[in-house]
Design a protein around this ligand. Structure first.
Ligand SMILES: Cc1ncc(COP(=O)(O)O)c(C=O)c1O
Length: 415
């Protein structure tokens, strides 16, 4: 296995790219340029190998078996929990729950903590920047418990209006749920300040870290967040798994999410008692293979170093922002001062789907549409954008190809 050079100044992108088999192919006769990383990023060989090794070498159900394969699978599964604990700096592995990803993590908290502790007239605060998965579960809670949903607005640049957030906060606020970084605009939110302000009013805070996991250092103890959610597939890991971090004292008082095997201590028809943390929230056979492979994705990130990844992607963002500004027909959407590597824009006179399709014809994969943030698009008065989002394996040369493609498309459509 090649190891990745770790120097603060520059990472060896060629060496990194060699680890991603999917990148080395042609799409529509051209070298693939993959800029759809905010939707899901690509997987290094070590992650793919971990999946194959599990299925071909030690496939077994975990925790209950006493045979060799079951013990090996259990060890590997729990090793990911150890890595995840270190990755987010949780105080204990009891605070790390494996879920299907951010969507399930948020739904878990809404359906358990939300339904149990939010009362009639209480308030839940989210923001205009949220992905639908950090909106709809809270609407469920508000409908079920007669609570009120309040929304932090965004400025034209795409930054949260913290002044309005302060006005929204009151003793009725029970939950604040915001993302660490926006998938549509890239804005990095001041989550530490949000958490501090919310705690001062006695509210708990959930952070949607879907767009942070592969880009930003995460320290849940330093943030002092109550819940933090991650998706493996946005962190170079497999689909179908992710993490819910929760503070132990909160997880302990929350009712279970799903009932079934593993989450119980003793089952009697009269009464069932529940398992200890974290297993109380992991009912049924989990996604063993993908959890095992997830460790290798986190190790990949840690080996390169999150500061180095951030520096590389920031350089790409700055370069791309400057290049895009040269194109007269292009309007950027989301110009916050602090951003992860997301370039979103509209092109005058050309529908974003058409731009996306024409870029695909040139081998360039971008995302188009509302990016599961319809209220945010409404706020900008647009239906959607074209979004190029960067990962550690992207290069300035690829940005040049994007810009060249856009120039060609704009000129072609003028004719
Ligand atoms: C900010 C944000 N939150 C939540 C999600 C949902 O993540 P998942 O589909 O992995 O559950 C996404 C996915 O794009 C996202 O970008």
């Amino acid at each position: 296995m090649e190891t990745i050079q770790k120097t603060a100044a520059a990472i060896d992108v060629d060496l990194i790219r060699k680890q991603f088999p999917v990148l080395h192919q042609q799409i529509n006769g051209r070298d693939l340029v993959y800029f759809d990383n905010a939707a899901t990023n690509q997987k290094p060989q070590r992650v793919i190998d971990a999946l194959v090794e599990y299925y071909s070498g030690y496939n077994a159900n975990i925790h209950r078996g006493i045979h060799t394969l079951a013990e090996k699978a259990t060890r590997a599964y729990e090793q990911t929990r150890e890595t995840a604990k270190a990755f987010i700096n949780a105080a204990s592995t009891e605070e790390v729950i494996f879920t299907r990803g951010v969507t399930e993590s948020i739904n878990l908290v809404a359906a358990t903590y939300g339904k149990a502790f939010v009362e009639e007239g209480d308030e839940i605060i989210i923001s205009t920047l949220e992905h639908h998965s950090n909106i709809v579960p809270w609407q469920f809670v508000c409908e079920a418990n007669n609570a009120v949903l309040k929304v932090i607005p965004v400025t034209r640049e795409g930054e949260l209006d913290i002044g309005v957030f302060k006005q929204h906060l009151s003793s009725r606020t029970k939950i604040v749920a915001v993302n660490h970084a926006s998938n549509s605009l890239g804005t990095i939110n001041p989550v530490k300040e949000i958490i501090r302000l919310a705690h001062a009013k006695g509210a708990v805070v959930l952070i949607d870290g879907a767009q942070a996991g592969a880009h930003i250092n995460i320290d849940v103890q330093d943030l002092d967040c109550d819940f933090y959610c991650l998706s493996s597939h946005k962190m170079y890991g497999p689909t179908g798994t992710g993490i819910l971090y929760g503070k132990k004292e909160l997880l302990e008082k929350m009712p279970p999410y799903q009932g079934g095997g593993e989450m119980i201590k003793e089952v009697r028809f009269e009464k069932t008692t529940y398992n200890d943390l974290p297993y109380k929230f992991e009912a049924g056979t989990p996604n063993i293979a993908d959890v095992i492979a997830y460790r290798h994705a986190m190790e990949f990130i840690l080996e390169i170093g999150r500061e180095n990844i951030a520096a590389h992607e920031h350089a790409l963002l700055q370069y791309g922002t400057r290049q895009l500004a040269e194109l007269k027909s292009v309007t950027p959407v989301g110009t916050a001062a602090n951003k992860v590597g997301v370039l979103a824009f509209t092109v005058k006179g050309i529908h974003h789907f058409d731009v996306g399709q024409m870029l695909d014809a040139r081998g360039i994969a971008v995302r188009t549409g509302h990016h599961c943030t319809q209220p945010l698009m409404d706020c900008y008065g647009i239906e959607g954008t074209v979004r190029a989002s960067f990962a550690v394996y992207n290069t300035k040369k690829e940005i040049d190809l994007l810009i060249e493609g856009l120039e060609r498309i704009i000129n072609f459509m003028k004719k």
